[in-house]
Design a protein around this ligand. Structure first.
Ligand code: SF4
Length: 364
């Protein structure tokens, strides 16, 4: 199988050019053709000599991801299911955000995956129930963006690492992909238009703060006590809340970018006045905002005793909780759930297309 050229690191490509007696500028010509101009075959790169194009064609491929299924929701969001070369599946979701005063789209966000499946296993997440297949390569991270732009004939404005997988547990490939996406030479995205959402890997958050162009950070917090996080988000066992909050503070001090806390409200579980108090304390530690997210029902998969206890909060409960945060001076935004008619829960489309390791209830 040919290696995808997007996975060849800069230094390695430079060495290949040296070994072929090519001038040093060839490396950047190739990278610009692929990342900036999104060429999909070496034959399309007109400023390379023919013998070099032939060599690259023999040794490398440019695209390895394939769109398998596209589902369009009535709300305008579009879910893409991609197949990887080894047959594993991943998902991305395109979300258009409309201007309040007009019908025009003001930003176009793609939520992308960093793993096939996920190794973390949060109780509320369909992807977690898939188990871990593998980490995505740099090429597979980038091609979700490139293929969606090509398919929709659009230019995305924002990227969120909030699809399948915990991005900070695929650290090297995710950071390499971010380096390319934010490289001024390729004119793709400013680092402020990219958000990395993590369930909370404290040591990697600190490491991310030291990269060349750190991006916006979102923490999938959801619970404000170690007891509940340990039970429902097992990553908390190795990164307890105290360590996570220390890492967030370091990240903010280093990047000066406000933090987003994602908070899925579960009725009767994390919606008490005590939760409000603890969340206010957390949110005040550095400049931040809280996104309250409705729970995507995952009753289509086999339930554990824990996941059976996760109940969808009503709109009124969500509003009450959000109002209490606002009364305490916390910026709180209630997020709509995109694509409820197209199997929107992260991992849901993959589950229904594979029907593999997890028993699926029929969806009416
Ligand atoms: S919520 Fe994120 S980290 Fe948790 S299982 Fe799902 S994909 Fe993995």
């Amino acid at each position: 199988m040919k290696k995808n050229i997007k996975n060849v690191e800069l230094e390695d490509l430079q060495n290949i050019m040296v070994s072929l007696n090519q001038p040093a500028y060839r490396t950047e010509q190739i990278r610009q053709a692929i990342f900036k101009f999104k060429r999909t075959s070496f034959a399309q790169i007109s400023n390379l000599p023919k013998n070099l194009k032939d060599y690259l064609e023999e040794q490398f491929e440019i695209t390895s991801l394939q769109i398998k299924t596209v589902r369009k929701s009535l709300d305008g969001s579009i879910k893409f299911l991609f197949s990887l070369e080894d047959g594993n599946l991943i998902e991305s979701v395109y979300m258009p955000w409309y201007d309040d005063t007009s019908e025009s789209i003001e930003r176009e966000t793609l939520c992308i995956s960093s793993m096939s499946g996920c190794s973390v296993g949060c109780e509320f997440c369909a992807t977690g129930k898939l188990g871990f297949k593998r980490n995505l390569q740099v090429s597979e991270i980038l091609e979700q963006i490139f293929l969606v732009e090509q398919h929709l004939n659009t230019k995305l404005t924002n990227i969120v690492f909030m699809g399948m997988g915990e991005p900070l547990l695929n650290y090297n490939n995710v950071v390499q992909a971010i380096e390319i996406l934010t490289d001024p030479n390729y004119e793709l995205f400013s680092r402020k238009k990219i958000t990395l959402s993590t369930a909370g890997v404290a040591n990697k958050i600190k490491q991310l703060a030291t990269t060349n162009r750190p991006v916006k950070l979102a923490i999938s917090l959801h619970f404000t006590t170690n007891i509940l996080r340990n039970q429902i988000m097992p990553i908390n066992l190795s990164s307890p809340l105290e360590d996570l909050m220390d890492a967030v503070e370091i990240y903010y001090k280093s990047t000066k970018m406000p933090i987003t806390y994602e908070y899925i409200l579960f009725a009767g579980l994390n919606d008490t006045d005590e939760d409000v108090k603890r969340l206010v304390k957390i949110a005040r530690r550095v400049p931040s905002r809280v996104n309250i997210i409705p729970f995507n029902d995952i009753s289509f998969i086999r339930q554990t005793n824990l996941s059976k206890d996760l109940k969808i909060a009503t709109k009124e409960q969500i509003k009450n909780f959000s109002d209490k945060l606002k009364e305490n001076g916390i910026v709180s935004i209630t997020r709509d759930s995109f694509g409820s008619d197209i199997e929107a829960a992260c991992g849901q489309l993959t589950l229904s297309e594979t029907k593999m390791s997890v028993k699926i209830k029929p969806i009416n």
